[in-house]
Design a protein. Structure first.
Length: 296
């Protein structure tokens, strides 16, 4: 894609928020291996399209351990299932069903984490304030300030640590007592900075008349006809997938034996198509951009 530009992310915030909310919900509800694989592949493709292949592999370095840990924990503590593979030293059985369920749980968690990464990249704080500003203005302001404060405080803590290191207080010292003392000193400075900053923000908001009248706001987001078309497609597919869930087309039993429920190709097709929406839009816009560029 053109410099990993996210055309889907440039859609109206309502469209992207609804899509990601449903995508994460379906990934958590669909414990069918086919559904989980579709959700995971959709997240990987979209992640690679907007951030690049290298960033995707770097993210997998943190997702894969979570997947493996989840997959290994379940058969260790869950001994349900009819197919016994072997027995632990404690005498508890290791069953094939618990292994399959553990892998499904790990795949679900990996898919949700990747989709949440994509959500966090696309639905920024200004979009969250726009979506929830009129419904819960106080809550949206709190969320946006919290999301803004976390990276700022992290960067400030790094500056404090470097400053403390220059005067001999290194939090990475081999001496545990000195390391703890340096960390507490840096953390104390950070807390003071945070409290002073909150007071300045409070005074600034009060001087600007926050809360004294009817709340108004400025936004750069405009709901276009294209946004309406994409939103209609998202809602249509989401309703189709929800109907398939309600009809039991995605039912998959792991206990006492692994058994698939009602088979329906249309249901799986709708599920897979939903997770290809962002990538399909990006491909379509990329082709349009290249065609327009070729005419210049």
């Amino acid at each position: 894609m053109h410099s990993e530009y996210d055309f889907f992310g440039e859609l109206h915030p309502i469209v992207t928020f609804i899509y990601f909310a449903a995508a994460m919900l379906f990934a958590m509800l669909g414990f069918n291996p086919i559904c989980l694989t579709a959700a995971l592949l959709g997240a990987l493709i979209y992640f690679a399209a907007v951030r690049g292949i290298k960033a995707m592999f770097l993210r997998l370095l943190t997702v894969i351990p979570v997947f493996l840990l989840t997959a290994l924990i379940n058969p260790t503590f869950n001994h349900r299932g009819a197919t016994v593979i072997t027995y632990f030293h404690s005498g508890n059985p290791l069953t094939a069903e618990s292994v399959f369920f553990g892998f499904a749980a790990g795949e679900m968690l990996a898919a949700v984490l990747l989709w949440f990464d994509c959500f966090n990249k696309t639905v920024t704080t200004d979009k969250i304030v726009y979506i929830f500003g009129r419904i819960v203005p106080g809550g949206s302001l709190l969320i946006s300030m919290t999301l803004r404060f976390v990276p700022r405080l992290s960067a400030k803590f790094g500056e404090i640590v470097q400053a403390q290191k220059s005067i001999g207080n290194d939090i990475h010292s081999k001496n545990i007592v000195k390391r703890l003392s340096s960390f507490l000193g840096a953390f104390s400075v950070l807390v003071n900075h945070m409290l002073e900053g909150s007071i300045r923000i409070s005074d600034s908001m009060q001087s600007r008349g926050y809360g004294t009248g009817r709340r108004t706001g400025y936004t750069i987001f405009r709901f276009t006809a294209y946004d309406g078309i994409v939103l209609s497609g998202v809602l249509l597919l989401a309703l189709a997938v929800s109907f398939c869930f309600a009809s039991g087309f995605f039912t998959f039993d792991y206990y006492p034996v692994v058994k698939n429920g009602r088979q329906n190709i249309f249901a799986y097709l709708c599920f897979a198509l939903y997770y290809t929406i962002p990538f399909a839009i990006n491909i379509k816009e990329e082709i349009s951009w290249r065609l327009l560029r070729s005419k210049v």
